[in-house]
Ligand binder design. Structure first.
Ligand SMILES: [Fe+2]
Length: 384
């Protein structure tokens, strides 16, 4: 463990549990009379949007709904949602959906308060003050965007996924209701669950962890090790859904200030260039990056392996560390994650440019093993 000085900050207020959505009326009290709901077509189809708007109406809140958020959401989508927010004279944002809807909602709240464009706030700490309030209601168990300082938006001109990172973007209210995740199909359950696992593992082993982030991350790893296969195999398993959503939120609380590692540095270019879903990109990369990082992780991987249910007592350190990589690979296979980037529409010629983009990520700097551009190229090649 690293000694001494650390700061842990997690300003989000989380209401968690089966039926938590019913608390929406009391949780929006005082936020204003008009809201823009930001969501995606799948949420409309699942009937979740109707439930949210009728609860809002019951609380005396009216407004419009922007329901066109896409996976890997673009700057154009942010602008369109912001336009609607202005025209509808909203006082706050209600973001309902996966990471895409919540990320768009968090950035719209910044634009509504401070003007400008997304590009003005790209990077860490560029937002000058609080945005309009955001109520975040996740419907997947993976991103944890409901409690993080980050929003990731795709700039199609640069084929680049940019991050806006500021404590002023953390939603005022997070409502985590596992019932809302029941409608996720198995492939989405797998991809988002592996994203949460990646958050937890990367922030457990990186160089800036602290005792609180590690505790949250390790418990998230343990919960995912128990619950992801069950949630994948039987989407109606509410206990598994509950454990997955708890894990996702806890992992995000852990990484929001400590950042992640090479997997996330590399998965963002895969989304920016080839629109590979974030969770799938992470899941493909994770065992390769873990294997490469192992030389720096002989103290942490055995703990990860144990949390994933591996028997590590009596093993030599290198065997116990290898058990963590093997456990992740097995979990990934069990939930149907593809194994190679080449099967995801990724063009090998783009690896040098993706490596350039990956090197711009702050996640490289905290990876447990010091990483050069050549290392990233080699890791992309291995995963290809
Ligand atoms: Fe992620």
């Amino acid at each position: 463990m690293k000694p001494d000085l650390f700061t842990f900050e997690e300003p989000a207020r989380v209401t968690f549990g089966v039926g938590a959505l019913a608390k929406l009326p009391e949780l929006v009290a005082g936020l204003g009379a008009r809201a823009l709901v930001i969501s995606d077509p799948g949420i409309v189809k699942a009937g979740i949007l109707d439930r949210v708007t009728s609860l809002l109406q019951g609380a005396g809140v009216t407004g419009d709904a922007f329901t066109q958020v896409e996976p890997n959401p673009s700057i154009e989508t942010v602008n369109a949602a912001h336009d609607m927010f202005r025209r509808s004279r909203g006082a706050f944002v209600v973001a309902v959906g996966g990471g895409s809807s919540m990320d768009v909602g968090k950035v719209v709240a910044v634009l509504a308060a401070h003007g400008g464009t997304v590009l003005d706030y790209e990077g860490l700490g560029k937002v000058p003050g609080p945005g309009v309030p955001v109520v975040a209601i996740p419907t997947t168990a993976g991103t944890g965007s409901e409690v993080t300082i980050f929003s990731v938006i795709t700039d199609h001109q640069r084929k680049f996924k940019l991050a806006v990172g500021s404590p002023f973007t953390v939603p005022q209210v997070a409502i985590c209701d596992p019932e809302l995740t029941l409608s996720m199909p198995p492939a989405l359950t797998a991809a988002t669950g592996m994203d949460a696992l990646t958050h937890a593992i990367e922030c457990y082993v990186n160089t800036v962890h602290n005792p609180i982030s590690k505790t949250l991350a390790l418990e998230a790893i343990r919960l995912i090790g128990r619950a992801l296969r069950r949630a994948f195999a039987n989407g109606a398993d509410l206990a598994a859904r509950t454990e997955m959503l708890l894990a996702s939120t806890m992992a995000a609380m852990a990484f929001t200030r400590t950042r992640l590692g090479n997997v996330h540095a590399m998965s963002h270019p895969l989304g920016g260039h080839f629109n590979v879903p974030h969770g799938v990109a992470n899941a493909i990369l994770l065992p390769h990056v873990m294997a490469w990082n192992m030389v720096a992780c002989y103290d942490t991987y055995p703990v990860v392996a144990g949390a994933l249910g591996e028997r590590v007592a009596g093993l030599a350190p290198h065997e116990a560390a290898q058990a963590a990589v093997d456990a992740v690979r097995r979990l990934s296979r069990d939930v149907g994650i593809p194994e190679r980037l080449r099967d995801q529409g990724v063009n090998r010629e783009a690896i040098p440019r993706m490596a350039d983009d990956a090197m711009k990520s702050g996640n490289i700097l905290v990876n447990p093993r010091a990483t050069s551009r050549a290392d990233i190229v080699a890791l992309f090649e291995t995963a290809f």
